[in-house]
Ligand binder design. Structure first.
Ligand code: NAP
Length: 247
């Protein structure tokens, strides 16, 4: 399914996990994917794969701790490609600690990388999308932001904040043909969950009605759809792709 004109889609955190799977699927579905992360080598390898398969991909370095750099990145992508249609704020970090032990710095880092970074990219991207009279934004939250999670006060606050933030964008931008939605993953098999202690993995599986971790491709399917032309009537929604964990 390819869209006209070819949609330019910026995906942060595209070097592995959910971002990589989303980029591959979105490229297969006709978007020109702009892959961003710190690990340029990994991005180049993914872009090569996509192009070998007949898709279109470009690579840009980005760091979600550098907010001016993020705003500049959005402008550069739009300058280089003549437009920006789709933004997937997928890059995220965890800095887990129990609340009573959590430092101010850990709390601030969680908010800065997971929430403020998305504010900066959305604001810059919306300026470009308004020019094109089209936009799709997906902000990747977490089941932690929907139902909370011990040890993640900073992360849950940021991921929950993303929900109110995204709903506000949806309301402000609906008349401009720009949609904004949240995808909230449960536990997914990626580098982020690889190193969790086995007892935590067992507990996560136990509290997930579907009885297993999700696969990055299962998140990509939701992100791909919400960024498609076909999803024009869906905005301000939170799609929990979590095996039923949050219901
Ligand atoms: P992942 O496999 O650890 O991938 C994280 C991606 O973000 C990588 O591409 C990484 O690339 C990039 N990234 C990390 N720090 C960055 C930084 N400072 N600047 C720019 N990019 C950075 O994680 P994932 O599981 O796919 O997570 C993707 C999103 O889903 C995140 O927002 C996460 O919070 C959310 N999520 C994941 C789960 C889960 O169970 N996996 C559950 C709920 C929500 P570089 O290292 O190359 O920069």
């Amino acid at each position: 399914m390819s869209e006209t004109p070819t949609r330019i889609a910026l995906i942060t955190g595209a070097s592995r996990g959910i971002g990589e799977a989303s980029a591959r699927l979105m490229a297969a579905n006709g978007r020109h994917v702009v892959l961003a992360a710190r690990g340029v080598e990994a991005l180049e390898a993914i872009a090569n794969d996509i192009e070998t398969a007949g898709g279109k991909a470009s690579v840009y370095k980005c760091d979600i701790t550098d907010h001016q750099g993020l705003a500049d990145l959005v402008e550069k992508v739009a300058d280089d490609h003549g437009r920006l249609d789709i933004l997937v704020n997928n890059a995220g970090i965890t800095r887990d600690n129990l609340l009573l032990r959590m430092t101010d710095e850990e709390f601030d880092e969680g908010i800065s990388c997971n929430l403020r970074a998305a504010f900066v990219t959305c604001r810059a991207a919306i300026r470009q999308m308004m020019r094109g009279k089209f936009g799709r934004i997906v902000n990747v939250s977490s089941v932690s932001g929907v139902i909370g999670n011990p040890g993640q006060a900073n992360y849950a606050a940021a991921k929950s904040g993303l929900i109110g933030f995204t709903k506000t964008i949806a309301k402000e931008m609906a008349s401009k043909k720009i949609t904004a939605n949240v995808v909230a993953p449960g536990f997914v098999e990626t580098a982020m969950t690889n190193d969790l202690p086995q007892r935590v993995k067992d507990f996560a599986t136990q509290v997930t009605p579907v009885g297993r971790f999700g696969k990055p491709e299962e998140l990509a399917a939701a992100i791909d759809f919400l960024t498609s032309d076909a999803a024009a009537y869906i905005t301000g929604q939170v799609l929990c792709v979590d095996g039923g964990m949050s219901m």
